[in-house]
Design a protein around this ligand. Structure first.
Ligand SMILES: Nc1ncnc2c1ncn2[C@@H]1O[C@H](COP(=O)(O)OP(=O)(O)O)[C@@H](O)[C@H]1O
Ligand SMILES: [Mg+2]
Length: 254
């Protein structure tokens, strides 16, 4: 590993019972890289992202975030500064106004009492306002979050991530519940935020077009292994056909 690596995976593997979700895998991602993770469903994308977020630990091997093994991030505050994850189910609190959800990005930083206080008198409103401006939602700051559209809610989740301000942004199929126009919009915001702030971004995606169009590097997983790891402009239709081809075993099973 070198100091320029944001993520180093060394022979990391993960099993669920008899199922090898991630086979021993090694991989490096440099600081500031913008990487798409693709592959058929069940390939191990979420498992890998959860391990990068230190939500799951590998059974064997190591995962380093900025030179420190994920299992050593005992303090949630330290971890929140390193890596933040956003998902398809936005885990926002629907009945609360937008600003509270955005400021939840500060939870690890503030501790419980200050966070609780922020529900009565929002602290650091400026920070929330700035984040909402960057995702184009500053006019919705006091709206009930549940009233917003799917795309707007995902923007709130992005604003929350901006307030959390982690070095590595992880996104697990962040746009799979949105229509194609909205999906493109969110990916554009996500990638441009990552690039302008020099953050490392790893996002799993269903859409190969979005992966090729907006990301520099594409890592394809299949059966818990790296199927290919390429610059996005070198990926061919043939690569993708092979990646998504059903294996004989699976074909027989269906
Ligand atoms: N908590 C879990 N318990 C048991 N099996 C799991 C769990 N999470 C994932 N798996 C299995 O691990 C494999 C990889 O899953 P996942 O990482 O979710 O793939 P992807 O995100 O690429 O669809 C799948 O076969 C899935 O069923
Ligand atoms: Mg998944």
């Amino acid at each position: 590993m070198t100091a320029s690596d944001a993520i180093t995976i060394e022979q990391a593997a993960k099993r669920y019972g008899g199922l090898q979700a991630i086979a021993p895998m090694s991989l490096r991602i440099k600081k500031g890289e913008v990487v798409a993770l693709i592959g058929p469903s069940g390939a191990g994308k979420s498992t890998l992202l959860n391990m990068l977020a230190a939500i799951e630990l590998p059974d064997t091997g190591t995962i380093l975030l900025d030179e420190k093994t994920t299992s050593l991030y005992r303090n949630p505050k330290d971890l929140a500064k390193k890596a933040g994850i956003i998902r398809q189910q936005f885990d926002l609190v629907g009945p609360l106004p937008v600003i509270h959800n955005v400021l939840a990005g500060k939870l690890a930083d503030w501790g419980f009492w200050k966070s609780l206080w922020s529900f009565i008198f929002p602290q650091e409103k400026q920070a929330a306002m700035k984040a909402l401006e960057r995702v184009g939602l500053s006019d919705k700051i006091y709206d009930r979050t549940a009233r917003l559209s799917g795309g707007e809610q995902q923007r709130v989740a992005l604003a929350r991530l901006l307030v959390q301000n982690p070095e590595v942004i992880l996104a697990d199929e962040p746009v799979s519940s949105l229509d194609p126009a909205r999906a493109k919009d969110i990916i554009q915001i996500l990638v441009s935020l990552a690039k302008s702030e020099n953050k490392t971004l790893v996002a799993s995606l269903h859409s190969l077009d979005l992966a090729k169009m907006h990301f520099d590097r594409v890592i394809a997983l299949r059966d818990g292994q790296i199927f290919f790891d390429r610059k996005s402009d070198t990926i061919t239709t043939e690569d993708l056909t092979q990646l998504y081809q059903l294996t004989e075993q699976k074909q027989n099973a269906t």
